[in-house]
Design a protein around this ligand. Structure first.
Ligand code: NAD
Ligand code: DAU
Length: 336
């Protein structure tokens, strides 16, 4: 049976991808995850034990990674690499685990797939391209120059460069995707949309950095997963694909939509200390993905997807509740 090793498969997007693989392929899945604060075992609770094996371990540890990759001996076996430290605000507080997991972890994985000649798909972010002006008609494309702003995005950029070098110099069979901001179920409450939804659900006010003018290009996590599978199955080795679903919204527009969905006044917003080095706008041109691979989003309507997500958080307080107070007191200590 075909085997796919999914690093970071207990995280927000990785766990969605595991479910997507189970639904759309007959592969068996090995999840390698360190189970950091960001992981959620609950997101994998309902997967069949005969198709998914969870290995708790660190992607930066050579022995565990070499051992798992050595077992991928089938012609269509592959690694899909999601594992990362993923939150910009945390990278401003302590960049160290970002360097270890995002750069060293990718290096260790590359050496393993090189040694065992295994296909790799590397998950990256649009943040490697820096930011755009609000009124710039341009969007990011596969040929936009790298210009990362934060320690997080710099480590993701470093990882991308390693993947390209290993592909070109050693012939590693790799593809890369750079996706825009994901939303959907199982996203940690430290991130923007879950933080604001859960604030509103608890009767608190959303906390918006600066004036809320920053723009993000939102995509449902299910659409990220379907794009990654399309690239894994049909992408050109050595190519990079940008993933996005034309979901540009300012942060203020997003919080106002959340407040409306819960029948609250659109003015009940706290404007808090801005993020250092805060990227202004991200926007993705996904033409290559759409034309070359025929990919289309299943959730093209952001407002409908946001309404579903608000409902999901309302029904899953038992999951996010235990993390909420700790996250809020850490933000409050920084004036956010
Ligand atoms: P997440 O923080 O929710 O999950 C990360 C997962 O990686 C967790 O399960 C964690 O336990 C695991 N992990 C962390 N360090 C590890 C290590 N050293 N070894 C093994 N496992 C480790 O992140 P996410 O939002 O699901 O993002 C997943 C990937 O997608 C990341 O590579 C991120 O850069 C990328 N990405 C995220 C977004 C987004 O909007 N969230 C957008 C584009 C790309
Ligand atoms: O673009 C892809 C990236 O999107 C991924 O690579 C990252 O892993 C992911 O975390 C996300 O990064 P952002 O920094 O854009 O996402 P975040 O949810 O942290 O913030 C989204 C926007 O909302 C950003 O402009 C900062 C702002 N913000 C965030 C928080 C947590 C607020 O205004 N208030 C908040 O409380």
């Amino acid at each position: 049976m075909r085997q796919i090793l999914v690093t970071g498969g207990a995280g927000f997007i990785g766990s969605n991808f595991v479910h997507h693989l189970l639904q759309h392929t007959d592969a068996s899945v090995i999840v390698l995850d360190k189970l950091t604060y960001a992981a959620s075992r609950a997101a994998l609770e309902e997967v069949p034990a005969d198709r998914v094996r969870l290995v708790v371990g660190d992607v930066a540890e050579e022995a565990v990674v070499q051992g798992l990759v050595a077992g991928l001996t089938g012609p269509d076996d592959a690694v899909v690499h999601f594992a990362a430290e993923s939150h910009n605000d945390n990278s401003l507080r302590d960049p160290s685990p970002f360097v270890t997991t995002n750069i060293v972890g990718t290096f260790v994985l590359l050496e393993a797939v090189r040694r065992h000649d295994v296909r790799l798909h590397h998950i990256s972010t649009d943040e490697v391209y820096g930011d755009l002006e609000l009124d710039d008609p341009a969007k990011f494309t596969e040929s936009t120059a790298y210009r990362p702003s934060s320690p997080y995005s710099a480590t993701k950029a470093g990882a991308d460069h390693l993947v390209r070098a290993w592909q070109r110099s050693f012939g590693v069979r790799a593809t890369i995707s750079n996706c825009s901001n994901n939303y959907g179920p199982w996203q940690h409450v430290e991130k923007f949309i879950p933080r604001q939804i859960t604030n509103v659900l608890r009767g608190d006010r959303p906390k918006v950095y600066g004036a809320g003018a920053n723009v993000r290009d939102w995509i449902h996590t299910g659409d990220h997963s379907s794009a990654v599978l399309a690239i894994l199955e049909h992408g050109t080795i050595g190519a990079t694909y940008l993933i996005g679903a034309d979901g540009e919204r300012s942060n203020l527009e997003v919080v106002r939509a959340i407040l409306r969905l819960r029948d609250r006044s659109e003015d009940e917003i706290d404007f808090v200390t801005d993020r250092a080095g805060h990227d202004l706008r991200y926007a993705i041109d996904a033409t290559r993905l759409r034309t070359e691979l025929g990919w289309e989003p299943a959730y093209p309507d952001f407002d409908a997807g946001l309404a579903d997500t608000v409902r999901w958080y309302a029904e899953h307080e038992g999951w996010w509740g235990p993390a909420k107070d700790g996250v809020e007191s850490a933000y409050a200590a920084r004036g956010q």
